[in-house]
Design a protein around this ligand. Structure first.
Ligand code: IPD
Ligand code: CA
Ligand code: CA
Ligand code: CA
Length: 259
């Protein structure tokens, strides 16, 4: 199947997923804790995930799928076949507490290369989508590569715990920026880097947190590297940085400096 045909299907599936979100808005959602009281999963996470996995399998019966809540690992991995990586709701805590600032995300990879990425900011009805063959769009609007700003010329996106614990010298890095923003969703924060509203996003991410944003960021000429400057493995959990090239150099240098 050609990429534009896959694209067409995914856009349709995400429109259906949006309907699931809105049809749940007037009722109480079941919430469970996973590893701690701040690690939540809701019935909507599970419902959207099941829907997307079913749709993919209907069209691609042998698809390789990694998805946060029910398929977090692959038993076998053939890099030559399409790999689908799904985060059914990124920013579950935001979804539970505010019903805003969450995203549905899908990344499609082959031969360890990103082919297609989707970050759907549901409440703003903005679908960021694209890949190396077609460029990156917000709905129908094409995004231009953001300016190659240095760390001291822009805002830094990160996660609260990473900053509070000063992982990777992050407090020093934050002080060198124009300010820190923390929104509680990797997808929403990566969008801010894609659109040039922030120069970089630093966080410890699982494969489903990064897969979609990585395709879009790399297509726009942004760098996606581990905090020590290496290319992240698509299937690993890593301290990762999505940034302009100049900001990436600044951040990697400062992250390596002695505390
Ligand atoms: C989380 C969010 C959060 C990030 C965490 C992720 P989830 O995703 O993206 O911003 O700091 O590392 O796990 O669990 O809401 O899909
Ligand atoms: Ca989660
Ligand atoms: Ca996530
Ligand atoms: Ca999630």
């Amino acid at each position: 199947m050609k990429k534009n045909e896959i694209d067409h299907l995914v856009v349709e599936w995400l429109a259906q997923a949006k309907k699931m979100v809105f049809s749940s808005s007037s009722r109480k959602i079941m919430v469970e804790t996973k590893t701690s009281r701040n690690d939540l999963v809701t019935e909507l996470d599970r419902q959207i995930e099941k829907f997307l996995v079913t749709q993919i399998k209907n069209v691609f019966p042998t698809a390789q799928i990694i998805s946060e809540e029910s398929h977090p690992k692959l038993d076998e991995f053939d890099p030559q076949q399409l790999l689908w990586i799904i985060d059914p709701i990124d920013g579950t805590m935001n979804f539970v507490k505010t019903r805003r600032d969450f995203a549905i995300m899908i990344g499609v990879y082959q031969n360890n290369q990103g082919q297609l990425g989707y970050i759907y900011d549901v409440m703003n009805d903005c679908l960021y989508h694209g890949g190396p063959e077609k460029g990156v769009f917000c709905n129908q609007q094409r995004l231009l590569p953001p300016a190659n700003l240095s760390l001291n010329q822009g805002l830094l996106e990160t996660g609260a715990l990473m900053l509070l614990h000063n992982r990777c010298n992050l407090q020093k890095i934050a002080l060198a920026s124009n300010g820190v923003r923390i929104y509680g969703s990797a997808g929403i924060q990566i969008i801010r880097v894609l659109t040039g509203q922030a120069v970089g996003y630093v966080s410890h991410l699982k494969p489903w947190d990064l897969a979609a944003g990585r395709v879009l960021a790399e297509t726009l000429g942004l760098t996606v590297k581990t905090i020590d400057g290496h290319i992240p493995d698509v299937l690993s959990s890593v301290d990762v940085l999505v940034a302009s090239k100049n900001a990436q150099e600044d951040i990697v240098r400062m992250a390596q400096a002695p505390y």
